[in-house]
Every structure is written in structure tokens, then in C-alpha cells.
Design a protein. Sequence first.
Length: 518
Amino acid sequence: MGRQLYDFESPTFKLLRIFPGIVTLTFIFSPFILAAVGKPQYLAYYVLILSVYWVYKTLTFIYGFFVGYNRYLRDSKADWRARLMWLKKRWNKLPGPTTLPATWEDFYMAVIIPTYKEPKEILIRTLDSLANSNFPVKEKLFVILAVEERAGPNQQEVVRELVERFKSYFRGIMFFVHPKNIPGEVIGIAGPNLKWAARGFVEYLNKEDISPRNVFMLKIDADTRLDPQLLSALSYRYLTHPKRYNRFFTNALKLYSNNFWKAPLLTRLFSAMLSLVLLSEWITNKHKKQCFSSYAFNLDVLVKIGYWDPKIGVDDTGFFWQAFLHLNGDYKGEEVYLPSYMDAVDVGDYIRSHIALYKQQVRWGGGAIVTPMGLQGMLNNKKIPLREKIFKTLHLFEVYTFWTTIAYFLGLALPLLSFVVPSVDFYAYSHIAPYIVSKLLTFTLIFVLPIEYYVLKLYGPVPKDYSLVKRVIFFLSFFAIVINIYLFNLIPYLKAQIDIMLGRFGKFYVVEKTAASG
């Protein structure tokens, strides 16, 4: 296990954990603060700059998913199985021999899947997608199911049945039950469960005389179906990369299409926009990408960092920062443009589904815990280059403050300033700024049409049984993007950051999965 570069109980960490919430709250209350110091015009200038930046980001967003979509078409046409098999013939010519298994026969892949109370139908769907992969699953693939004891004995029985049902399809399939109520572990996050199962799997490998360094592990969520070529494509990218040990590998296209057209309106809109944003970012902001949902890595890295940290209220981003700190700032992402398919939030009831999405976003907002973790870790690791430390610090600010508050500034800050300081209405900037902002934001609405076009290309056409009213509502719903940002970004992320400030990050909501959602 590597050095522990951060400590949740240290005074430094407790001080740094206040940072995201304090900065975000300062931004939220900036109309009052600037009014109090007699500089209200600064807010108008900032909002004007933001509106121009919003147009710029809209244009780069459109460009990013246009390029990403075309790469998806390109990668879908490639024969990744043939490419992978071709590597067998030139194994000794592959780059980075020090982190490469001695032979093709020594190379393995493992998929680890955390489960809670998912219905059997959803887990079968996930395992079927692995069994139907064009990767040599019978010879090379281990499947690990990480089961929560708190899910109850019925869930364990379901997993036992699935292990028996699928045992002939893979090199090995096994499950591990994570005990409940272990002191210090966060509840409602997959990290503790993943750590328990991964550690058990490594013990199994040691008995089989297989080095973790020879295993390429993929973590996916329980509701994830993989494109048949994805395992082969990820393995090909991994084996041909010269710095495979210092990289994570993922698919850029994540679709919530298992139940997309059945999901409630706003959860469907949230899922569609998330897919497009994630795809676009791999084109325009690849250097900033962190782990999310499904990602693969050398198993030895996981062992060296001590597995997923069970005290962190986030598992995917937490893993990235653990690896980043352990590898002295040299940990980045590499992508393939093939899809995985997951569930949009839908718990079977319209109102409860939107509440569930909100609670899920509070959990995702809890990812701000990586800010004190990353800052303290970078302070303690002198080997990380100063330039990288500055870049990562700014990125943390961007993710957990800038993007959390941008809709607030564009929509509410100036009216609030006018309410707080009525005298600003006598100044030219109080009229010019809202006018320019309005025109710029209206300009960005013309890009709703290409957004809808690509959603239909990726998620398929509107179902034939949709009434005319439902079709009209679907197309108009994309004009509610800003509302979605308020409901499922600003408010839940702010709540999560306040919880972190107060030390309340030990328990999170787990989104309910229903058989119908699959």
C-alpha cells in the first residue's frame, strides 16, 4: 500500500474541507457582499464575461460532440477483436515492456461489479452483455460481483444463482459479501464494497499464482450493458499504450438508453445532456477527465493505493485522486468511442423519480470531498510538479464552484443585485448588462436543434406509441436545460458542499433500481 498523503482526521484536512462550500457560498452571496463594499458594478462585469464564456463553451460543446459522434461511428466499424488478436503475433514489439505481461497467455482481464438491491433481471442483462462480448471471455475474463450484506440474504441468493448460471461462460466468476456496519466506512457509496471484493479477488489471484500486474480490471455499475466490442477495444488501447500503468481507460460514450423513453421528463433530459457532455469533453477537455462510472486500470495500481478508500464519499473520482497522488501526478485517461448502456433514474413513480435524481445529485455533489483530499495530498507529495498542482487546484475550483454557480449568475444574480441595491437602476451598466446577457443566451438557444438531433441519433427515434402531445413536450423539454441545472446541479451540489463543511458525509442515498427500468 502506498503512502497515505491525506488524513481525514488531521486539522489540515478539516480546514481544507471547508474550502469548496465557503467559496461557493461566497459566490452565491456576492450580490450582498459587493453591495456592502460599494462595488456592485463588479458583479455586472463578471456576469457579462460569463455570458460570453457561456457562448464560447456552447460552441465548443457542439463541436466536441459532433467530433465525438463521428469517432463513435468510426470505432463502431472497426474489428477490435481482430486488432486484439493481431497483438499476439507481435507481443515482443509492444511498447512499455516493463509493465507488460511476459506473454499473451499471462494477460487477463477482470470486471468488478458492485451490487446492492438490483433485481435479478438487471444483473442478468449486465452479465449477458459480458458473456456476449467478442473478447475471449472464456480464456481471459474474471467477473467479480461485490455484494452488500445490508442488501439482505435474498440478494445473496440471487447472486449465488447467477454465479452458477454463468460459470461456464468466463474464466472465473465469483462474489464477495461486504459486511455491514464496519466502523469508519461511508454508507451508500460503492467504494467500501468494491474494496472488500477487490481485496478478496487479489487473494484468489495469489492462490492461482497470477500477478495483479498482469490483470487489466474494469469497474462498471450493476445496470451497465457493454457494447460487444468494448472489452476488446479497451484491452487493445491498454496493451498498445506505452504508459499503460499510469493511465485509466474508458469509453467516451455513456448512454442511459436501457429505459430512456420510459423515464420521466426531467430525468430523461438530464441523462441525455449528461451523455452529450461526457462525449464532448473527451474531445475538448481530455486533459481534465477523471474516472466516471466505468473505467479500467492495471490492478496493481489498485493494490498499491490500498484499493478504494472506504472513508471517501465518492468512489470513481476518489480512485482517480488516489492514483494521481500515488503516481506523483502522472495519471490520465485514455478513451475509446464505443458505448455502454445504463439506466436513467426511474423508480416507477413520476414525482419520486425526480426526488431520486435530486438525491443522486447530492451524492454526486459529495464528490467535492476530493478537494480537501487532493489539496492536502498535493501539499504532502513534493514529487508532483508545481505546474500540475496549480492546474489541478484550478480544475477543482472549476468543477465544484465555477460550474455549480454559473447558472445562478446568468439567471439570478443581476435581478438579486437590483433588489438589494435599488440605486443600481440609475447606472447604465444595470441596463446594458442584462440586455447583452439576454441576447447572448438567446443566441445559444439555436443550438437546441443540433442537440436534439444527436440525442435522437444516439437514443433512437421517438417511440411510435408517443402521442403528439408527448412528442411536442419532448422537443420543447430541451429548452428547460437551465431549469435542470438549477434543480439537479446548483441546489444539490450546494447542499453536498455544506454537508462536507459540517462533517456530514458518512451516509448517502442509493438510487432504487426496478425490473421495469431495465
